[in-house]
Design a protein around this ligand. Structure first.
Ligand code: NAD
Ligand code: ZN
Length: 252
């Protein structure tokens, strides 16, 4: 394990340049430099709110209007991908990443241009009716919400339209989890970026990859419980570190 930044950058670049079936595993930290707050760790949202109260499926079902009123007043529409998202696009273009497996729901990997993104925790850009399972784009639900809060399902009239974001108390989407597990078992390298690696079952993906022989490279602002399992660990900001690492990969 390496924690000295200069040498670690070169080690990370060497590791990634050997990757033939690599995947990136990303968390909220990769979007912090795009202005989206993360949850756990220093400055995280969960140091201010109780997640089991605000982000639990039972809370949503009890009072969907509370969620949609919050959304009306606070939803950020202007976040843009940052250099970390773009560096992962470049690493895929160089042939060292098969996919980005993300816990994020913000859509910024797709916006940056990543070709294959597996969303383990759903998307804030898509809404599902909890009664009839009809899906609709978030923009449509937002327009309906501005006319009548909370919006109701255009297909069945149901009262529970919810972003496909996985709330506490909900299961992960089966297909995404299955795809991520298959890629983890086949991966030679996993580049982990901006995740506290404390949220399961998502954190089981890099763990499964390690158990099947993949090498781990971690880029995170703070230490994680997986640091001792990793070949390379770099503590720092993803938007500063990743472009340097990928720049070195491109030059090799
Ligand atoms: P987390 O909040 O548990 O951990 C984020 C990690 O990123 C922390 O360890 C923190 O030290 C690190 N970090 C903060 N800024 C960083 C930076 N600039 N560069 C590198 N690392 C940085 O996030 P998680 O592991 O993804 O788990 C949280 C859950 O919350 C996930 O399930 C996710 O679905 C959800 N979430 C998503 C978003 C989003 O879509 N952007 C935002 C917040 C939370
Ligand atoms: Zn419906």
């Amino acid at each position: 394990m390496t924690t000295v930044a200069g040498a670690a950058l070169a080690e990370a670049a060497a590791l990634l340049s050997r990757a033939r079936s690599g995947i990136a595993f990303t968390g909220a930290g990769v979007s912090v430099e795009s202005g989206i707050p993360h949850f756990r760790g220093e400055g995280g949202l969960w140091t201010k709110f109780d997640p089991y109260k605000v982000a639990h499926i039972d809370t949503f079902r009890r009072d969907p209007a509370q969620y949609w009123t919050y959304s009306l007043n606070h939803r950020r529409m202007d976040a843009e991908p940052n250099p970390a998202h773009r560096a992962l696009v470049e690493l895929e273009r160089l042939g060292h990443l098969r996919a980005v497996v993300t816990q994020n729901t913000d859509g910024l990997h797709q916006q940056a241009g990543s070709g294959r993104v597996v969303e383990l925790h759903g998307s804030s850009h898509e809404v599902v009716c909890l009664d009839c399972e009809a899906r609709l784009p978030r923009d449509q639900a937002d327009r309906m919400n501005r006319e009548h809060c909370p919006p109701s399902c255009p297909a069945c009239g149901g009262r529970f339209l919810k972003p496909t974001v996985v709330l506490f108390g909900e299961a992960l989407p089966v297909a995404a989890l299955r795809d991520a597990q298959a890629m983890a078992m086949a991966a030679d390298v996993v580049l982990i970026v901006g995740s506290s690696l404390q949220v399961y079952p998502a954190a089981g993906i890099p763990r499964m990859a390690r158990e099947h022989g993949a090498e781990l490279c971690i880029v995170n602002a703070e230490p994680t419980p997986f640091d001792d399992l990793a070949a390379v660990v770099i503590h720092g900001k993803a938007g500063e570190i990743l472009p340097q690492v990928v720049g070195q990969v491109a030059a090799l």
